[in-house]
Write a protein that binds this ligand. Structure first.
Ligand code: ATP
Length: 380
């Protein structure tokens, strides 16, 4: 499933040079984005980056100051919200407190004056889809948070919109329920085939549910790609850092003479008196050549770093340091290791009972090592 890689596929939604200003403040800055049918697209970014504004423009609650938004190839700039075949599910769910679950789901269909039996069939279908059959007669206050969330979803999908917008839909749920509900959302999205666009500031949530993620910063999309590509090849320090705790070492890159044709290989001089970092990439944009002597940022995730007592004989990169802190996370532990020059590097190791592994404690001297392809080189 990769319609964005198919030249014959027409996008369901297109943002073309869209800018949104509130007075002199630019909330969305010349944004271009295509979203395809059946996608589960996540808009990810910190508070205030413009995620909600983008959704509100799709729903029709805000006009673009400049540019056009197309739905199914048609400019929807002048189409009012209720004529767009776009539905928005709010964080507060906005259920009618005096109506039963059944009536909440039927509400939009009744307003459209659909025939009674058609409404009943559709409501039943939605109750089954969201596993709410048993609760049809209850009022919202007689439901748990997770159940209310499912009613809101059922109501939003009842009219079969082409596009469903979800603004932090799981924000009010606790961690465990949130994770379960993410899988439920994915399941419902797949079953209905509706295009979902979700707004979240939770990178794990975006990685879990989305076919693609658009990472936003200050009104701009800074990277749009699949979760794995965003994770493996972030295009900037901003994205690398936003997607997860990452170590970033700044330095100057010198091309290595042993790089092959389709490879980018560099020595990164990063600290006085330390061996340069040896970094290598063979695929795609990440292997783009960097001018000799350029300033670069080497980003490496904690789980790509190995901790050991002795320096591994064949390690492309190895540095010695002292354990400062240990965070125990059940199946994983995170170590903060300080190098003699004061740099602190985070390394994560799996805690396996089956593999006897030397574990380290505070003040231990350890070796941190990683392969030449373990990290990414970024120029911004
Ligand atoms: P959050 O995750 O906190 O909801 P967000 O990424 O959804 O944040 P938006 O709500 O889209 O951010 O807001 C983007 C920026 O535009 C913010 O700086 C906000 O203050 C500003 N903004 C949004 N709506 C208006 C408005 N009606 N008038 C003026 N400024 C606005």
């Amino acid at each position: 499933f990769a319609p964005w890689e198919d030249a014959n596929e027409k996008p369901l939604i297109q943002f073309k040079g869209v800018t949104k200003r509130f007075g002199t403040y630019t909330a969305i800055d010349n944004l271009n984005l295509d979203i395809y049918r059946r996608e589960f697209f996540a808009l990810l970014g910190p508070s205030g980056c413009g995620k909600t504004t983008l959704m509100r423009m799709l729903a029709g609650f805000e006009d673009a100051t400049e540019g056009t938004i197309l739905l199914d190839g048609k400019d929807i700039g002048a189409v009012p919200p209720n004529k767009r075949s776009v539905n928005m599910m709010f964080q507060s769910y906005a259920l009618f407190p005096h109506l039963s679950v059944w009536d909440n789901i039927a509400f939009g269909l009744r307003r459209e004056k659909k025939p009674k039996d058609e409404i009943a069939a559709r409501v039943e279908e939605m109750l089954t889809l969201t596993r709410l059959g048993r609760f049809a007669k209850r009022k919202p206050h007689q439901l748990s948070g997770g159940q209310r969330q499912r009613v809101a979803l059922a109501r939003s999908l009842a009219k079969s919109p082409k596009l469903l917008l979800l603004d932090e839909p799981l924000g009010a749920l606790d961690k465990k329920l949130r994770e379960d509900t993410q899988f439920e959302l994915m399941d419902i999205q797949e079953k209905t085939g509706t295009t979902f666009v979700i707004v979240t500031h939770d990178q794990e949530e975006a990685m879990t549910v989305a076919s693609r993620i658009g990472v936003m910063n200050e009104g701009q999309l800074v990277q749009t790609s699949t979760p794995d590509r965003i994770y493996e090849t972030p295009n900037s320090r901003y994205v690398a850092d936003f997607i997860g705790a990452v170590n970033i070492l700044e330095g100057r890159a010198t091309p290595r003479p042993d790089a092959s044709e389709d490879e980018a290989a560099y020595d990164i001089a990063w600290a006085e008196g330390y061996e340069p970092i040896h970094a290598r990439r063979t695929n795609g944009a990440a292997a783009e050549k960097i001018a000799p002597g350029s300033q670069v940022y080497f980003a490496i995730r904690p789980e790509k770093i190995t901790l050991s007592e002795e320096r591994p004989a064949d390690a492309a990169n190895a540095f010695q340091g002292k354990v400062l802190d240990i965070g125990y996370l059940g199946s994983l532990s995170t170590y903060h290791v300080e190098l003699p020059n004061g740099t602190v590097i985070k390394a994560q190791t799996a805690n396996s009972r089956r593999v006897a592994r030397r574990s380290f404690t505070w003040e231990d001297t350890v070796w941190l090592s990683w392969t030449a392809t373990a990290g990414v080189l970024l120029t911004s």
